[in-house]
Design a binder for this molecule. Structure first.
Ligand code: SF4
Ligand code: MG
Length: 322
């Protein structure tokens, strides 16, 4: 399968007063046509920076993509101008965020906001765009779409606002949808509905999805493949069934052993002893070594490359090279 998105050796740094934050330090993965790739890892590991890098929305300064390649449909996104990227955002690559309220304009009616997005990319008149918005609201199970297009964001619940964001993302039938923790801010009862919506729309529209989550349960039910991120790097990736049944990296094993029970309602992965390393001064060699019970002296010196050790299953750990 020809990949829709191919990220190679991507490094994104932030130059701060405290030092250089190496948020991404050589990230590689790809997403096939119509595929859902789950990107999982603890808060601060670089998941959102990966999304913002792909969208061309890294604030600069202090941020900068210092190395790598992002091929989208065979086109190098990193060599495009801001104007060319603006055309791709929304139309070819759409994104939904954890907090839908922050992406909606509080003083504009939601139907108008969707219509405006459609107008910006296609020139469709606003009045027609509002009709399209009502159609899309119906598609994402917003009750009474004709009325809801005239509502303001504050008149809608969090779950409804996220549906509006999904409708907006879908208004242009994007090839790639990036969903960054799309259900984290929502009630548990709403989460499943939003996820099944994303899945249904991926199926019906054939879009590819980069689904970012710290919740392995979400990833396991949604994704075809999963990439595990740790401290600015992908440490393991493979098909969901392979990775969940036979995790290879000690970090992935720890994550899976620590899946919170549903009734615990945990906000974050409470996992392996220790914390994510300071990204301004990451550990030498394998960045996981201070937390790894299998670490040897070699692990402290040499960074393990991401390598296929089984078909379609890659891991970055010296154990598998020994
Ligand atoms: Fe542990 Fe070494 Fe593997 Fe890193 S490379 S995960 S420290 S065994
Ligand atoms: Mg994040």
């Amino acid at each position: 399968m020809e990949p829709l998105l191919e990220v190679r050796d991507l490094a994104t740094y932030f130059y701060t007063d405290e030092g250089t934050v190496k948020a991404l330090d050589g990230v590689s993965f790809s997403i096939g046509q119509g595929e859902i790739l789950g990107l999982v890892g603890e808060t601060g590991c670089g998941k959102s920076v990966t999304a913002t890098s792909i969208m061309g929305l890294i604030p600069s300064p202090p941020g900068k993509i210092v190395q790598g390649s992002i091929l989208f449909n065979g086109r190098e996104l990193l060599s495009l101008s801001e104007q060319q990227m603006r055309h791709i955002r929304g139309k070819d690559i759409a994104m939904i965020f954890q907090d839908p309220a922050s992406s909606l304009n509080p003083v504009l009616r939601v139907g108008f906001q969707v219509a405006e997005a459609i107008w910006a990319h296609t020139g469709t008149p606003i009045r027609k765009g509002i009709l399209r918005a009502a159609e899309l609201f119906g598609l994402v199970n917003i009750p009474d779409p004709q009325k809801t297009v005239n509502r303001y964001p504050h008149q809608l619940s969090g779950g409804m606002k996220q549906r509006v964001m999904i409708a907006m993302a879908l208004s242009l039938n994007p090839k790639l949808l990036i969903a960054d923790e799309p259900t984290t801010a929502l009630d548990v009862s709403i989460q499943a509905q939003i996820l099944s919506l994303i899945k249904r729309l991926q199926r019906d529209y054939g879009s590819s999805v980069l689904l970012i989550s710290h919740d392995l349960g979400v990833i396991s039910t949604m994704a075809h493949r999963v990439a595990v991120m740790y401290s600015g790097l992908i440490v393991e990736q493979g098909r969901v069934e392979d990775l969940f049944q036979d995790p290879l990296h000690p970090y992935t094993k720890g994550l899976l052993a620590a899946i919170p029970r549903v009734d615990e309602d945990k906000d974050e992965l409470a996992v392996i002893e220790g914390t994510l390393p300071n990204p301004t001064d990451p550990p030498s060699g394998c960045r996981f070594h201070p937390r790894c019970s299998l670490a040897t002296d070699a692990c402290k010196i040499e960074r393990p490359p991401l390598k296929a050790v089984k078909p379609a299953h890659e891991v970055a750990c010296h154990v598998y090279a020994r």
